[in-house]
Design a protein around this ligand. Structure first.
Ligand code: D41
Length: 671
């Protein structure tokens, strides 16, 4: 079928535009058009090509996955070998490298170097003939690699056709295929969901993806390329420096790492090393060092190469982020919030720049998923400032006698039950009031303004009291006397006396405040209030079963379970008894009848400053009458209480025609 000229022109135009926008997006990180417009162009091109299949060419942007799954990869010889890089592991070795360059380039004061991140991916060679991508070869042993053309074609940041007109007849581009950290994490998450094996690191994931026999699978993997050099060039070859070469590659639509730079002298190389080391954790891809290259191509030639590696380039390696060591044992650590974390005790190993003896194993599921056993040789990873973790065992080095690990059923610190909530991976200690691992947090919460409201007992003071062994649990604060307090740092007789008075005053509280102060997971201020109103006594609450608790509004199965388990812990009961004996008390709660619930079902929003009461008092007063107090104004709001300097919420209420009342009206409502 002959193709109308108009359609043929349209096809060519669309292809050029799509290639151009690919380069904007992938090479320059600067898309000019929205994705929707790009998709529209792509669809139009696909439709035209479907109508005129004869027009389809191998370099059309629609042809990224065409090939069928392969039996295997063919081995192909590199026309020019892919050299390897010499490594430098210390500043001294870098200085030595620079000295050797100076020896071969006498008379130069400071050598000009191109400096690049060393990407931790897979080296690849891409061959373009007349601007069209014809082959992608892995580095292999440097002499011959595997033909992965169908797979590299699926990588969007690799152009199928070069841009512009001034590219050489034959161009081999060398680069590194990487998988960004975010894409790697997402891929592993998908693998877990599909019950398939996860990848140990982004490099392995990139390698596994590029060596897929089915390009359709490769297509779903988040692979990217950064180009770092050229191999064969036939035809035009005008560049005189390495950096100019990289810039030229970009104009042809090939992606070059934006961290690449040119510096003068070895000192500047070392400064670049430090800067990239500092930046390492913030980069979206993994690097394992930096590469220094003599920038001038004529100088490169003069300096030459030894064996299979150029003398003009060196990789200055970062300390490794992964090392092998032995898993000696597993302990459990209890965090401030009661979370139990299995911690690996390791034979000391130098990794990520420090000596590591402990690493997290996260939780039981992770231990099971990774299949680590005590006695195993394991991979330990420490990246940036992140806490070290055990990646997994090296099965080929598993000794005969290893031991599986199971998390304990009791908190190793306080012997309370450790439970795992549905849908959660972590075990938690339920001895909130008693557990010494949690006591600082528990006590700080207990004394806080919205809980027992003990004036003058700040966080620093709590730290002191615990650190000096004066209190163990919240119950102990009521036996502190004035002399003990006065002896503390930054306390005088006066403040000690004040604190004793505040302690005494705090004993008169409400059931809601007391419940909130206990710090039961999931029982915040509002839930505590609801529980108090509905169960009316601590007795009733501590004996309530799941059914009773779930009948209370807004209490679901998880919080119900938390409450039950909390009161089941003998230690928690002990602390509560001690508090009551010390004199903590609250007024009995009247049965909820309709007449006291005069504001039942009404929603209030408080805004502006109240003068006669705090917001919290207003809120509790309203809730006691059955009202709901919300933070934002909507059509469902019944009343807005406007205090001094009320702002946008008041405006919104006016706009919505919601009833607005002042503080005086609120007071009379609450009386
Ligand atoms: O980022 C890299 N991994 C990287 C690798 C880089 N930035 N530059 C490199 N330059 C070379 C020479 C100087 C030999 C052209 C390299 C590699 N080679 C390389 N990658 C794998 C083996 C060698």
């Amino acid at each position: 079928m002959s193709v109308p000229k108009k359609d043929l022109q349209r096809i060519e135009k669309l292809r050029d535009q799509i290639r151009y926008h690919n380069a904007c997006y992938y090479v320059h990180d600067n898309p000019e058009i929205p994705d929707a417009e790009y998709d529209r162009m792509m669809r139009e091109l696909q439709e035209l090509e479907a109508r005129y299949p004869d027009t389809i060419t191998i370099d059309s942007p629609t042809q990224r996955v065409g090939a069928e799954p392969m039996e295997g990869f063919e081995t192909v010889k590199h026309e020019l070998p892919m050299l390897s890089l010499n490594n430098a592991f210390s500043e001294e070795e870098v200085l030595e490298y620079d000295r050797r360059i100076h020896d071969r380039l006498p008379g130069q004061k400071q050598i000009e170097y191109t400096v690049e991140p060393k990407l931790d991916g897979l080296a690849i060679s891409l061959r373009y003939e007349k601007g069209v991508l014809v082959r992608g070869l892995t580095r292999g042993d440097g002499n011959e690699g595997e033909d992965v053309t169908s797979n590299v074609r699926t990588i969007e940041s690799i152009p199928l056709k070069l841009l512009g007109k001034d590219y050489p007849d034959v161009l081999e581009v060398r680069g590194e295929i990487i998988m960004p950290k975010a894409g790697f994490a997402a891929l592993n998450k998908r693998q877990i969901e599909k019950n398939e094996k996860t990848f140990a690191n982004p490099r392995n994931a990139a390698a596994g993806s590029l060596r897929q026999l089915d390009p359709k699978v490769t297509r779903t993997r988040p692979l990217e390329i950064y180009c770092y050099g050229v191999g064969v060039i036939k035809g035009k070859d005008t560049m005189s420096t390495h950096h100019a070469t990289l810039e030229k590659l970009q104009t042809w639509g090939l992606r070059v790492n934006p961290e690449t730079s040119v510096v003068k002298g070895v000192k500047a190389c070392l400064a670049y090393y430090q800067a990239m080391l500092d930046k390492r954790a913030r980069l979206d891809y993994e690097i394992d060092g930096v590469v220094y290259k003599v920038n001038d191509l004529a100088d490169q030639h003069t300096v030459g190469q030894v064996a299979r590696a150029p003398r003009w380039a060196v990789a200055h390696k970062f300390p490794a982020e992964e090392e092998l060591t032995k898993l000696l044992d597993i302990d459990v650590q209890v965090g401030r919030t009661g979370k139990l974390t299995p911690v690996a005790r390791l034979e000391p190993v130098y990794v990520g720049g420090v000596t590591v003896t402990n690493a997290t194993l996260h939780n039981q599921d992770e231990i099971d998923r990774k299949g680590v056993r005590i006695g195993d040789t394991v991979i330990v990873r420490r990246a940036g400032d992140v806490i070290p973790e055990v990646v997994g065992p090296v099965l080929s080095r598993r000794p005969k006698k290893t031991r599986a690990y199971k998390m304990p059923e009791l908190c190793p610190v306080c012997d309370s039950d450790a439970i795992r909530q549905e849908g959660e991976a972590d075990l938690r200690c339920t001895g909130g009031l008693y557990c010494s691992a949690q006591r600082k947090e528990a006590i700080k919460h207990f004394v806080s303004r919205r809980a027992m409201d003990i004036d003058g007992l700040g966080e620093k003071l709590v730290d002191q009291l615990i650190d000096q062994g004066l209190i163990d649990t919240v119950a102990d604060i009521y036996s502190l006397d004035k002399d003990q307090l006065a002896a503390l740092e930054r306390m005088g007789d006066k403040s000690a006396a004040n604190l004793v008075e505040a302690l005494e005053k705090s004993k008169a509280t409400t059931l809601a405040r007391f419940l909130f102060a206990l710090g039961i997971r999931g029982v915040g201020e509002t839930t505590a209030q609801t529980l108090a109103t509905h169960l009316m006594s601590l007795e009733a609450l501590s004996r309530a079963d799941e059914e009773t608790l779930q009948a209370v509004p807004d209490i679901g199965p998880v919080v119900a379970q938390n409450i039950i388990v909390f009161f089941q812990q003998p230690h928690n009961q002990e602390v509560i008894d001690k508090l009551l004996k010390a004199g903590v008390h609250w007024p009995a709660i009247e049965a909820v009848d309709e007449s006291t619930q005069s504001l039942q079902g009404k929603t209030f929003v408080l805004t502006g400053t109240l003068t006669k009461m705090t917001r919290n008092e207003a809120k509790q007063g309203l809730q006691a009458l059955g009202a709901k107090v919300s933070g934002s104004v909507s059509a469902k709001t019944d009343f807005v209480v406007a205090g001094d300097k009320a702002g946008s919420k008041l405006q919104k209420a006016q706009a919505l025609g919601i009833k607005i009342i002042d503080e005086a009206t609120l007071e009379s409502l609450l009386e």
